[in-house]
Design a protein around this ligand. Sequence first.
Ligand code: B12
Ligand code: SF4
Length: 486
Amino acid sequence: MKFVLLSDLGTKPTRAGQLLNNSRASGAHHITQLARDHGADATNIDYWTEWQTARLRDALINWFGDEKECWIGLSGSIDGSSTNDFKTLTHLIKREIPHLKVMLGGYRVPTGHKEWVDLAFIGRSGNIFTKWLQHEDISEYLFSTPDQDAPPTYKNPTGEILELPVTPIVQDNDFWSEYETHTIELALGCKFNCSFCGYDFRNTRHPILVDEEHLFESIQSAHDKFGISNFVLADDTINEVDAKLELLAKVNKQLNFEPNYMAFARADVLGAKMHQIDLLREARVNAMFFGIESLTPEVTKLIRKGGKPERMLDSLRNISKEYPEAFTYGNFIIGLSGDSEESIKNSTQTVVDEQLLTSAGCNALRIYENLENPDVKSDIDIDPEKFGYEIIGTDKEWPELGYSSQTWKNDWTTTIQADELSAEVDKFLGSNLKSQFTAHEIHGLRTLVPGHEWDWYNDHFQLANRLREKVVTRYIKNKEKWLLGR
Ligand code: B12
Ligand code: SF4
C-alpha cells in the first residue's frame, strides 16, 4: 500500500499582521509513521496549499506509480479549511489513478461526502487507524454523523484516552530545516475542566507520560538530522503536574545541544507551586502561554479556573521576578458572565503598570454550534444557559468546516459589545507591553530569526515571513524531487 498524507496550517493572523506558519502538524507525521510501521510506503506533504496544484498532482502520480492500493489523506489537524481544494486535487489524480482512495482525519469532524471520500477519522484516532491498517474490524468505532452523505466515519468513545502521546521522529525525506519548530507531546490529558475549554482530554486524572527514550530520540534526531532546536509542547497544560517538567529536564541533560521549548502553562498553578519556576528553567521552557481569561473573582469561580485573582497577580509578579528571561504571554477572554468592563480595565491596567507579562491579548468569548465532535465542545458550548448566556443568533457560519459560532447576551454584555471591548483592550495591551506577539508566535519568529530582544520582532516580522517563504520553497523543491525519484 502507498499512503500520502497532506496537511497545512498556512498563516497565523496576529495583531501585527499575517504571520506565515513555520510549524508542521505533528499528528499527520504520527499517522504516516503508523502506516510505515505496518508495512505501507507512506509519506507526508506539508504546507500543501502552497504547492502548485498541477506540479503536486504530477509528482504524486509519479510517486504512486503502478501501485495497486493507493491512498491519499488530508489531515485537518485543527483547521480543515483546505478540504475543498483537496477534493479538486483528488479528482485530478483520479483521472490517472481511478483506484485512488481518499481519507480524511483530524481534530474536528471532517467535512466531505461519500461521493469522493472513502473513509474518515475524527480526533485522536491513531489506535483505530492502526486496527484498520491491520485489517481488523473497526465497526465498534463507527460514529453516526447527522449528515446522510457522510463517508464511514470512525471515532474513539468520548473522553477515553486510547493513544499514547505523540512525539514523531522526523524523516530524512521530509526535508525539515532549523528554521521550523517541531511539535511534541509529553502527555495526553489535562486534570482541570475549565468551562470554556474545548480540549478533548480535559478532566483527566492521570496523564500518561511519553516514554523517556522515545522523547530523547525524537528531540535529538530532529537536531542531528536538520538542526532543529526549537520545539512546541502540544500539552494543553505543561505544569499541571511536576512529572512532565522533570521528565523534560532529565532528557535535556542527555541532549548534545540546548533546546528551547514553548508551552501552554497555568500561572495560578505556578504561583501555588513556586518550585515549578526552577523546574521550568531546567526544562528550558522559556516561552509560555498563560490562559488568564479574567481577574474578576466571580468569574474565575464560574469558569472553574481556580485561584483568587489577587493570587494570580502575585504569581505573575513572582514569575517576572524569578524568571525574567522567559517570554510570558497572558490571554484574557472578554464577555464572560459575571465580569465587567471596569474590572477588565482595572486588571489589564495593573498588568501594564507593573509590566507583569512580556505580552498579553484578548478575544471575545465564542460559543460554537454544530461542532459535532462532542469531545471538542466546551461545557459552555454544550449548555450556554447554565453559564448565564442566552443565545440570540448566529454570528458566523463556516460551511466548509461544518460549524458556526453563536451570538449571545449575558448579565452585562453581548457578543457585539464584547467584540468591541476586546478590540480596545487588545490594542491597549499590544501597545503597552513589550511584545505584540503571543508565545507561540514569538517562538516561531525566534526560530526564523534568532537572537533579538523581544520587542525587536514587533517591527521585523515581515523579514521573518520572507525567510519562511524561502524555507517552504526549498522544502517543496526537495520533496517534489524526491517524489519524482530524482
Ligand atoms: C500546537 C497547537 C496549535 C499550533 C498548531 C501548529 C501545527 N502546525 O499543527 C498553532 C499555534 C498554529 C495553533 C493555532 C490555533 N489553535 Co491550537 N492548539 C495546539 C495544541 C496545543 C496542540 C495540537 C497538536 O499538535 N496536538 C497533537 C497532535 C498529535 O494531535 P492532532 O493534530 O489532533 O492529530 C491527531 C488526530 O487529530 C489524528 N489525525 C490528524 N490528522 C489525521 C489524519 C488521518 C488520516 C487520521 C486517520 C488521523 C488524523 O491523529 C493524530 C494523532 O492522534 C492544541 C491543544 C492540544 N493539546 O491538543 C491546541 C488547540 C487544538 N488549538 C485550539 C485553537 C482554538 C487554535 C486557534 C483557533 C487559536 C486562535 N484563536 O487562533 C488556532 C487555529 C489555527 C487555524 N488556522 O485553524 C483549540 C481548539 C479548540 C476547539 N474546540 O476546536 C485547542 C484544543 C486548544 C484549547 N485548549 O482550546 N494551535
Ligand atoms: S483551559 Fe487548559 S487548564 Fe483548563 S481544562 Fe482546558 S487544557 Fe485544562
